[in-house]
Ligand binder design. Structure first.
Ligand code: URA
Length: 242
């Protein structure tokens, strides 16, 4: 970690322009270890730093790692065209940081969406070489048959793909519900695989990325949280039994 002046610290954490952050400090709004700090030029070690502002304690975060329970009708694009963007669901502070979704979910897909302002993390998570499994619960128009599961596990040919794509895991959850685990993140992959196998995806939810599940995070649709190191460790884990 490194030392930064207090105004730069506040700015880096998304509390506004440097000028605004300086005024917060000189107005006596910021406390460190219970003491008001009014000198914005003071250089402070950021490693392990916590400060108080607006009646809340804030840990210094060099980067942010976020999990959102994405509701339907939000777009992952940075320039959304038909629906509001997922970034609008985050706090105002987040809007001051360069946060981007890790990969994309369709506007009508719900569930676990990761976001970060750490470019290396986004790149690593999105890289096909990482083989991070993504778990989806798909509601199907036609009943889930053994033949459908066999087809998805055996591989289905999609247009524009050089080779058939297969699910890593595929389980029937209910008559019209299927759990499908994919290693790749191709455009509309679940919907296209189901269509190629002769069914139709009526609704889609992402329930896990790696071993990090939506259930563990306990987020209502539209809610988000910061991911802590123990959550991030789960992103590199394989699923049980793999
Ligand atoms: N597969 C899809 O078809 N859509 C998504 O949003 C994610 C995976």
């Amino acid at each position: 970690m490194s030392k930064l002046t207090l105004d730069r610290i506040l700015q880096s954490q998304g509390f506004g322009t440097r000028k605004w952050c300086r005024s917060l400090i000189t107005d006596g709004e910021v406390r460190i270890a219970g003491e008001v700090v009014r000198d914005y030029r003071v250089a402070i070690e950021t490693g392990g730093l916590e400060f108080e502002l607006f009646d809340e304690t804030w840990p210094f975060r060099e980067h942010v790692y976020i999990a959102l329970n994405k509701p339907a009708n939000f777009e992952c694009s940075r320039k959304p065209s038909h629906h509001p963007g997922v970034l609008t669901l985050l706090s105002e502070q987040c809007s001051w940081r360069d946060i981007q979704p890790v990969g994309r979910l369709d506007h009508d897909t719900t569930g676990l969406l990761l976001m970060s302002d750490d470019g290396a993390f986004i790149h690593a998570q999105s890289s096909p070489k990482r083989h991070v499994p993504k778990v989806y619960a798909a509601t199907t128009q036609e009943a889930v048959s053994d033949a459908l599961i066999a087809q998805l596990l055996g591989g289905v040919q999609l247009h524009d793909e050089p080779a058939p794509l297969a699910a890593l895991v595929c389980n029937r959850l209910a008559e019209h519900q299927l759990e499908i685990v994919l290693e790749q993140g191709k455009y509309h992959q679940v919907k296209r695989m189901l269509a190629a196998a002769g069914n139709h995806c009526a609704a889609l939810q992402r329930t896990a990325v790696g071993a990090l599940t939506l259930e563990q995070l306990d987020l209502e649709p539209g809610e988000w949280c910061y991911l802590e190191p123990h959550h991030l460790a789960l992103l590199t884990d394989r699923l049980p039994g793999q």
